[in-house]
Design a binder for this molecule. Structure first.
Ligand code: NAD
Ligand code: GLY
Length: 364
């Protein structure tokens, strides 16, 4: 399949190109987007050996002058030390304000490179080439960029929209199964918050034959649908004044789990799966989500080999971590809850005692 989805944001609008084998057209796509000159391609140690050569060839063929920076793989790379390394690489390659960066890889490369681009010379352009499922359906679209600091995840960052997003579905063929499953957590999220039909499709296709989703045709349709949903939400609320908050369904608890576990123990999508089960249980008590719908969420995630039980960390540590989440106001975390499958509500307050009671209820 080949399709284009437009993220409509006035003069910051950009296309999402989705297709099989389209990495080789990256250079032409950059030219069409009006990019020129030098660029810094940033990839991690897993993705660079697989896809950096083709990325380079495509960029060079289209007349660009790329340089490559390879970083360690994994969440700990999304930190200030690696950000400084990217600034040094940008300086060494002579990146001026006409130049751009290319994030090649998963969400870690996208968030870090995007933030480097947002801050280098007070902002240069950048391109997202997501290669993990999670990055394709979520992190590469919408312009959230940033890094983690010891105090919390994504606490330092900027809104900085890419010039284009290029999703080559064939890159999923090398993605490890655990990473694929983690990406599916964000796919399930779209079904819960915005599209009950998508949720049904996932239930039909992933249980019990999960492998049928590995084919690029079907997964392409699902990725395109997720990108459409994200583009629509971001178009309405680019800077998360309200509606965009629904994209954080499950993320308040997820960020706390990642923070307490230490970045890397749980994959982001795995933490989101647990966080969504937590949010679903809260939704049953506070928003009228049916117990049956909550059970369907849990069953779908389990079928995808995702964790659904809260880890055995001390509640106090989790609660403290929730308090530094970006959605917290005055120490009270605000939750995204679902009142039915396909519809979410943002900015929900949850009584303090219920936070712990429901957490205890979903412990492993
Ligand atoms: P990641 O970038 O660490 O990638 C996951 C792993 O898969 C890495 O080891 C990577 O090397 C490997 N990989 C990626 N593509 C591959 C491929 N095609 N073949 C083989 N290996 C491949 O993590 P992720 O799950 O992609 O992204 C998680 C990050 O995204 C988190 O930091 C999260 O906070 C962030 N995120 C950001 C947003 C946003 O809106 N900006 C949204 C959701 C998540
Ligand atoms: N992943 C949440 C957002 O982009 O807003």
């Amino acid at each position: 399949m080949n399709c284009d989805i437009q993220v409509d944001l006035g003069d910051r609008s950009y296309p999402i190109h989705i297709g099989s084998g389209i990495l080789d057209s990256l250079g032409e796509a950059c030219k069409t987007a009006g990019l020129t000159g030098r660029c810094l391609v940033v990839a991690d140690e897993n993705v660079a050996p697989l896809y950096a050569d083709r990325t380079f060839q495509s960029l060079e063929k289209a007349g660009f002058f790329p340089a490559l920076t390879v970083l360690s793989a994994g969440e700990p790379t999304k930190c200030q030390t690696q950000l400084l390394n990217l600034y040094s690489a940008a300086a060494a390659h002579g990146l001026d304000r006409q130049c751009f960066m290319v994030a090649l890889g998963g969400g870690v490369m996208g968030d870090l490179t995007g933030f480097a681009a947002a801050s280098w010379l007070r902002g240069i352009r950048f391109v997202q080439v997501p290669t993990s499922l999670l990055a394709m359906v979520d992190s590469s679209v919408g312009g959230k960029t940033g890094i983690n600091i010891p105090e919390g995840k994504n606490l330092v960052g900027a809104f900085h929209q890419p010039e284009l997003v290029l999703i080559d579905l064939d890159t999923l063929s090398t993605l490890p199964p655990r990473e694929f499953a983690a990406g599916m957590a964000e796919v399930v999220k779209y079904g819960i918050i915005r599209d009950a039909d998508l949720f049904d499709v996932l239930e039909r296709n992933t249980l019990p034959q999960r492998s049928c989703f590995q084919g690029s045709e079907k997964i392409g349709d699902v990725i395109a649908r997720c990108c459409e949903i994200k583009a629509d939400v971001v178009r309405q609320d680019e800077r998360e004044g309200g509606l965009r908050g629904i994209l954080n369904f499950g993320h308040t608890a997820a960020h706390a789990i990642e923070n307490v576990a230490g970045y890397g123990q749980y994959l982001h999508g795995e933490a989101v799966a647990i966080g969504m089960v937590y949010a679903a249980h809260l939704s049953v008590v506070l928003k009228g989500l049916s117990i049956e719908e909550s059970a369907r969420i849990e069953k779908l995630l389990t079928g995808l080999s995702l964790p659904v039980g809260a880890p055995k960390f001390a509640w106090k540590a989790i609660r403290t971590a929730m308090a530094v989440d970006k959605k917290t106001v005055g120490g009270l975390p605000k939750f995204v809850l679902a009142d039915r499958l396909g519809h979410a509500v943002f900015g929900c307050e949850v009584p303090e005692e219920l936070l712990e009671e429901v957490w205890d209820g979903i412990r492993q």
